[in-house]
Design a protein around this ligand. Structure first.
Ligand SMILES: C[S@@+](CC[C@H](N)C(=O)[O-])C[C@H]1O[C@@H](n2cnc3c(N)ncnc32)[C@H](O)[C@@H]1O
Length: 272
């Protein structure tokens, strides 16, 4: 999709990806290069992401601001005929508090558009060099979090989600890691691999692959508390990464590229 030049006055809610500027989408890059105003979550978006913005762009960090302070900025700038990029980490559809921003923009008759980004769980899979859906082993991914200031509904309680033994990506939970570990251990075995993914795509990125029984201890030992994603998955047994002693143990394989798999079905079945 081409981007008009100059941008129309509107709010562009843009996913910045996990931190590495090379993982911005082309559309995000183009919008950042053209926008009059950039309003960004500075605690989760590293400054390098803004390298390509116009020298005269107004750049407004929001880590210290409330929603009541942010909304008038977005609305006033667009009413002054400016284009605004509202930059969120990862993909805006996950834990970005955009619903209330979009409702307020809609109510104020301000045009807005969403541009997706790469979420932390996707970069985790890439760094770990694993597929989170391995046939015969695991075919579902759960993206969830522990309750914090935002309560998780009772029906989504971590121990009940753990019962599925799926690939489980746990956001926003490092400060509650001991409780998370206890809840996960109600259903996953103690030696289930866990990837502790700290600040993926940032210069101080760290990834540790440990058994579930050591998830809390390993997090606390290295203080991997701020901006950490946990991936709990049987698929991690296949990780060919230097982060642990886990070796290749992949017996399952996809039927999609199996020589015995009928090509006619291949075209129409798993991968339309
Ligand atoms: C407010 S949420 C934003 C999630 C974001 N929208 C996404 O799609 O990745 C912040 C949480 O996402 C995870 N996260 C975001 N960026 C990360 C990164 N670069 N490395 C590891 N975890 C990250 C962490 O669990 C962090 O506590």
């Amino acid at each position: 999709m081409s981007i008009e030049s100059p941008l129309s006055p509107a709010v562009y809610i843009v996913g910045a990806g996990p931190g590495d500027p090379d993982l911005l989408t082309v559309k995000a890059q183009k919008l950042l290069a053209k926008a009059d105003v950039i309003v960004f979550a500075d605690s989760l978006v590293p400054p390098q992401i803004l390298d390509g913005v116009r020298p005269d762009a107004e750049v407004i960090p929001t880590a210290e601001k409330t929603l009541e302070e942010i909304l008038p900025i977005l609305i006033d700038r667009v009413r002054s005929s400016k284009s605004v990029v509202r930059l969120h980490s990862g993909d805006p559809c996950l834990y970005s508090a955009i619903q209330e921003q979009m409702q307020a923009l809609f109510d104020a008759d301000i045009p807005f558009e969403i541009v997706p980004g790469i979420s932390a769980y996707q970069l985790a899979a890439a760094r770990l060099r694993v597929e989170f859906t391995v046939p015969g082993l695991v075919q579902s991914i759960i993206l969830t979090r522990m309750s914090g200031r935002t309560q998780v509904p009772d029906a989504e309680e971590l121990s009940s989600l753990a019962a599925h033994r799926s690939t489980l990506c746990l956001y926003l939970s490092a400060r509650h890691v001991e409780t998370a570990q206890q809840k996960l251990l109600q259903h996953y075995p103690t030696d289930m691999p866990v990837a502790i993914c700290f600040r993926l795509g940032w210069e101080d990125e760290k990834i540790r692959l440990v058994p579930l029984s050591q998830m809390a201890e390993a997090t606390q030992k290295e203080n991997l508390l701020r901006t950490t994603l946990y991936v709990i998955s049987p698929a991690l047994n296949a990780a060919t990464v230097p982060y642990s002693s886990h070796g290749i143990n992949l017996e399952a394989r996809s039927r999609l590229y199996d020589p015995g798999h009928d090509r006619l079905f291949k075209r129409n079945s798993d991968c339309p």
